[in-house]
Unconditional design. Structure first.
Length: 109
């Protein structure tokens, strides 16, 4: 696991791709759950990600505890996508689609 994280940290591509790879390794969600994650689902002070039932395979809300490294990744990502609805907003999407406030958290801007 450590070598995987080290290799991902050395990735020099898009910051959102790097963040997605790190979050996949740290949280092990289904790809669609992470790809569709919205900032409003994260409470970074409580270190939890609440995935709504509508996106879960078993149709039940799921609370994912966030380890500190995942919170750090999200805080690093916040200046890049925190003003958008999706955490991992596509770099190819319309830059004018700003719809959501920042997550609940202690991240300093």
């Amino acid at each position: 696991m450590r070598s995987l994280v080290v290799n991902i940290e050395g990735y020099e591509g898009q910051p959102t791709t790097r963040a997605a790879l790190l979050l996949m390794a740290l949280l092990v969600p289904r790809p669609g759950e992470l790809r569709q994650a919205r900032w409003e689902e994260f409470d970074l002070d409580a270190c939890t990600w609440t995935i709504p039932a509508s996106r879960m395979k078993m149709r039940r809300e799921h609370k994912v505890p966030l380890p500190e490294p995942a919170v750090e990744v999200l805080c690093d990502l916040q200046p890049l996508t925190g003003y958008r609805e999706l955490v991992l907003h596509s770099v190819r999407s319309n830059p004018g689609n700003w719809t959501s406030p920042s997550p609940t958290r202690r991240c300093s801007s």
